[in-house]
Design a protein around this ligand. Structure first.
Ligand code: PEP
Ligand code: MN
Length: 337
């Protein structure tokens, strides 16, 4: 940490702070400028008490932390990109993962048609929400346990892995019984208690970035998962809230590039929730691949017009092969280990 004194701090004040830095377990290095003095407090910031409270002292102008607030997710911890298996698929370091399926699990027929269409295109991980986080309490909230039972049937019948969202702590065990990928939705990215419990479920976790979450906060949320026992974390950029309203969210492709630079974890993109409209999903998916995403999670429904949620953004599952075929050459080009 760097402690910056206000101009003309007295020698006595500087000495007092130097002593406190030592008491907190850091080695102080004093840099005396013409007007201002700075103390660089050398030591592992995660092991010692934070010096940030020094900012409340009258002779201190500011305290600047140098170390990142996350460790295990960082490239400093592991410079090799993480690679792991989900069912019969692999993600990371040139292994591109395509996840597709309806926004919500609605019926057996809907899920069987979607899974049939999507597995015909080579999709091995099917998504579908049984528990839905809806903005309005009057909207479809998901089939909940009945939805989980349908996902279990799909898993069995089609031999696919399942990605589904987990909304609350009491559901963790029953959702983890069916899910290969536990999705933490944008609204729960910083629900730390949920992250801690989900981390112990023994499943891969797909952590969506919150709509107003900075990359550092998103990576710190991933750190919670790793610290609490989940080594297999997939980061997912799904668009953030900006002033722009021609799309549902603004797909922040810079964040994908930054996350991949800062972290060894695989990063996927959800172009469906970013666009909020089906006609933009393909161009956003192409851009995501080009920027280095390790995979995509795309909403696809047998009959989008009849979908109980996110109708306008879903790609008809019967046309998914056209969508996927457009992406395959790019995936091939951009994904080298
Ligand atoms: C979803 O995947 O259906 C969903 C609700 O996503 P998000 O959390 O990104 O809004
Ligand atoms: Mn959705």
């Amino acid at each position: 940490m760097i402690i910056v004194f206000r101009p003309h701090a007295t020698q006595e004040e500087i000495e007092k702070i130097r002593q406190r830095v030592v008491d907190f377990g850091y080695e102080p290095k004093i840099i005396q400028g013409v007007e201002q003095t700075v103390i660089a407090a050398v030591g592992d910031e995660t092991m010692h008490k934070s010096l940030e409270t020094f900012e409340t002292l009258p002779m201190i102008e500011k305290v600047v932390p140098i170390q990142k607030r996350y460790k295990m997710v960082s490239r400093e911890f592991s410079n090799e990109p993480s690679v792991f298996d989900i069912g019969s698929s692999r993600i990371g370091s040139g292994n591109f993962l395509m996840v597709a399926g309806p926004c919500s699990v609605e019926s057996r027929e809907q899920m069987r048609t979607a899974a049939g269409d999507l597995t015909d295109c080579g999709i091995k991980v099917i998504r579908g929400g049984a528990y839905k986080p809806r903005t309005s309490p009057y909207d479809f909230q998901g089939l909940k346990e009945d939805g989980l039972a349908l996902l279990a049937e799909i898993k069995e019948e089609f031999g696919v892995a399942i990605a589904t969202e987990i909304l609350s702590v009491p559901d963790v065990e029953r959702v983890a019984e069916v899910a290969d990928i536990l999705q933490i939705g944008a609204r729960n990215c910083q629900n730390y208690h949920l992250l801690e419990v989900v981390a112990g479920a023994g499943r891969t976790v797909l952590l969506k970035r919150g709509m107003a979450t900075m990359v550092e906060e998103w990576l710190s949320a991933a750190e919670y998962l790793i610290v609490h026992g989940c080594p297999h974390v997939i980061l997912c950029e799904r668009g953030i809230r900006t002033f722009e309203n021609s799309t549902r969210s603004t797909l922040d492709l810079s964040a994908v590039a930054v996350a991949k630079k800062q972290s060894h974890l695989p990063v996927v993109v959800d172009p469906s929730h970013a666009a909020g409209r089906a006609d933009l999903v393909l161009p956003l998916a192409k851009a995501a691949i080009a920027v280095g995403a390790d995979g995509l999670i795309v909403e696809s429904h047998p009959n989008p017009q009849e979908a109980c949620s996110d109708a306008v953004q879903q790609i008809p599952s019967g046309k998914f092969s056209e969508f996927y075929d457009e992406l395959k050459p790019l995936i091939e080009l951009c994904n080298k280990p």
